[in-house]
Design a protein around this ligand. Structure first.
Ligand SMILES: Nc1ncnc2c1ncn2[C@@H]1O[C@H](COP(=O)(O)OP(=O)(O)OP(=O)(O)O)[C@@H](O)[C@H]1O
Length: 297
């Protein structure tokens, strides 16, 4: 499958800060990739390398078969950064025309605005839009030049559920037409709802890069919950990656729930209300991050 963007062993330092550490990632044509990681993991830095806003300290970055620093290459992509400032006095239709005019291929304005639920606002000044409408417009503008590849850095931050869904629909429609997307998000359900592939980053490193299902399966973390009654401490149990307490209820994260339950019964500790369930992506991701951190200590 054609690779549209690629980093090979890309490292980026800001002074003493190692924001990205030998990251190799391929974005292939037609993929919708979610980039997931905690604050400061290096997600924005990776996007900035791909779109030519930053250069790697070492390693290479390729974009659409060329260099991200080439403006002709960059015309093939669309970007919505984390923070956007749009001129307040321009009207919605005017800003779409302005942005589209920089590209050889332009999206149909009405269709673009409809896709992001902005169809009725074409004549509205940007200063008169709500925060959610502004954000949707900023994301819609990434699609104005009919790009092959779109980078969205936390596209739905600050949006309510309805606005978020309108935005998801716009992104999905682009992807269903064959478009390629790399998006970062703090909303894990967003990555789960949109992306087929997840790249998990932490401390500038790629911790996992696989299908959503595989990332879960590889981690394979299950949550074993039980009521431990009056017991102040549970006995030492094997394979527990993390423990959470909620009143009298204890949640144990483990990759081997069967063995844990056997050992729990063997220990003779009183418990009730046993429940085992798969973890959410967030829990899985926190567990991988914690495990890798542990491994590097
Ligand atoms: N311009 C800069 N100057 C100095 N340090 C920077 C700069 N940009 C980013 N960093 C640092 O690089 C690291 C990675 O930051 P980056 O913004 O890429 O993370 P992120 O995963 O996008 O975080 P967030 O989810 O908070 O947006 C952080 O430690 C950050 O403080």
């Amino acid at each position: 499958m054609t690779v549209l963007a690629r980093t090979v062993e890309a490292t980026r330092r800001y002074g003493d800060v190692l924001a990205l550490d030998r990251v190799s990632v391929d974005i292939r044509a037609g993929e919708l990739v979610g980039l997931l990681g905690p604050n400061g993991a290096g997600k924005s830095t990776l996007i900035n390398l791909f779109v030519g806003l930053r250069r790697p300290s070492s390693g290479t970055v390729e974009l659409l078969g060329g260099s991200p620093s080439d403006p002709a290459v960059r015309r093939g992509i669309g970007v919505t950064p984390q923070e956007t400032g749009l001129p307040e006095v321009l009207r919605v239709g005017e800003i779409v025309d302005f942005v589209s005019s920089h590209f050889p291929r332009r999206a149909a304005k009405a269709e673009l605005l409809d896709r992001f639920g902005l169809g009725d606002l074409v004549k509205r000044q940007i200063g008169g839009l709500s925060g959610g409408q502004k954000r949707r417009l900023a994301v819609a503008l990434a699609f104005a030049g009919r790009p092959r590849l779109v980078f969205l850095d936390e596209p739905t931050t600050g949006l309510d559920v309805e606005a978020r869904r309108a935005l998801w629909d716009g992104i999905k429609a682009f992807h269903e037409d064959g478009g390629t997307v790399l998006l970062t998000s703090h909303y894990l359900e967003e990555i789960e709802a949109l992306a087929e592939r997840v790249v998990v980053v932490g401390h500038g490193r790629v911790l996992a890069d696989d299908t959503m299902r595989a990332v879960r399966d590889v981690v394979g973390v299950r949550r074993v919950s039980l009521d431990a009654g009056e017991l102040p401490e549970l006995p030492e149990l094997p394979g527990v990656a993390a423990v959470e307490r909620e009143g009298g209820r204890v949640h144990l994260m483990t990759t081997d729930p069967d063995r844990l339950v056997v050992e729990l019964v063997r220990s003779g500790a009183p418990f009730s209300g046993l429940e085992i369930r798969p973890t959410s992506l967030e829990e899985a991701f926190l567990t991988i991050t914690a495990a890798k951190e542990h491994a590097h200590v």
